[in-house]
Design a protein. Sequence first.
Lengths: 143, 435
Amino acid sequence: MKVEQVSVFLENKQGSLEEVTRILKEANVNIRTLSLADTTDFGILRLIVNDVDTTSRVLRDKGFRVSRTTVVAVEVPDRPGGLHSILEALARDNITVEYLYAYVEKSGENAVIIFRFDDSAAATEVLRKNSFSVLSGDKLYSF
Amino acid sequence: MIYNEEFETLPREALEALQLKRLQQVAQRVYHTVGFYRRSFDEAGVKPEDLKTLGDLKRFPFTTKQDLRDGYPFGLFAVPMSNVVRLHASSGTTGRSTVVGYTHRDIETWSELMARCFVAAGLTKNDIIHNAYGYGLFTGGLGAHYGAEKLGASVIPMSGGNTKRQIMILQDFGPTAICCTPSYALNLAEQGQAMGVDMRSLKLRVGIFGAEPWSDKMRDEIENTMDIMALNIYGLSEIMGPGVSMECTEGREGMHVFEDHFLVETINPDTGEVLPPGEKGELVFTTLTKEAFPLVRYRTRDISHMITAPCRCGRTHHRMDRVTGRSDDMLIIRGVNVFPSQIEAVLVGIQGLEPHYQLIVDRVGTLDTLEVQVEVSDALFSNADEVRVLQKIERRINKDLKDFLGITAKIKLVEPKSLQRFEGKASRVIDKRQI
């Protein structure tokens, strides 16, 4: 059920993102989706990939700081109010979101929202209770 | 002009006789009152009685900064605390700081030597002295303050910071002299000009600058932008504070060391061998009159050379040239002395950090900047992939450096591979300043 995300610490300097994508290309890793949080000095690149173990290993080997964190992926119809319906349910149960990012599935019918919560288990329970489609890691990685 | 005509112009022979008498006394005193000196003299197989001539001093052991740290806080004091009237200290965490004490008479001596400095700079009781050295544990502020009062001048106890207010006071109170670090003088001039103040038209005519290395190029710049005479002063808290040596307006080539109170030797920093007068090396000081915190053969790590030629001002005290470097890795950042090891101690004191770091020192405009590049450790990053957690660590490092060492640094978290891994002696400092 668990979805794992790979986070990479990056300095804000020319070429650091390119180095990551090159390493992943050479390791034949496919990026499903990503987000980049940045400050003036550094950034954190967060990746959902088809192979979490290989991704962490090859990046670590090249001297990057890597961490694996648990996130929750929710599928909603891609139409107005889709994301809002999720956030409304979470707010009702006082679940706070650390960060989120999203992408639209190939079919174009659904969007997948990747959430990072303080307490993933509690959040998943609330989402289930409200009949949202919480995706498993396996499903997400192999879309 | 000379403040203490008698002692500052003693013929060399009489001066050296006085030095020997005082040296013999201080050696006796430290041997019998300071455990550290008893041990170190015994280990070196020397007794105070062995000092028959000034040259005999070279057989005596050195005192190092590490010895002072090992004695933290009061281990090297030669008098009971009831006789100590003042304490000063360098920055640093426990065991990395050095603490110095003064008796009433020590404060009197220090005040007189600072008064000598002011007079050497051409000041009298009619001058108003703007003292922008930091007041507090740092010796600069209070040292200059007491000297100014001793002279009878009017002192403005400005301390550091509040640059706009300083410029207002420079305009409104009309001080004729200023004491601060040379880089702060340039900063004042720059900010004053930015505020539309004509710094050349102020009443200032003399600046007494020290606590950090500077050059003749900086002297020219300060003199041109402020229309003052800029003079160099030297001191270190271990020996006394500011006022160990001072340039005179007549010579402006080297600073007269007040040799009736301090004995200077120049050594080869690698071998410890005493060098002939005039050769470049590390300066070693022995305090001849200090009561609370006397030091024998203290290694300053400052590289300079002595000028023995007579000075046209009439003082017989030899001069030391500008300090041109250090024989250790101490950095002076905006007048604050800091060792890389002290920064390391602060970093490892923060949970989740590893001692992988690099220091980049630069000068932007007139002010020194320090960037501390710290590696993001696995422990830190694997627990948190959130920006705010990393920023919190940055703020914590920044605050601890400020609290423990009194330095303001820009903290930059870096990828592990950005920092070189050192084998053997690590060179953790990149100093880009062109002074």
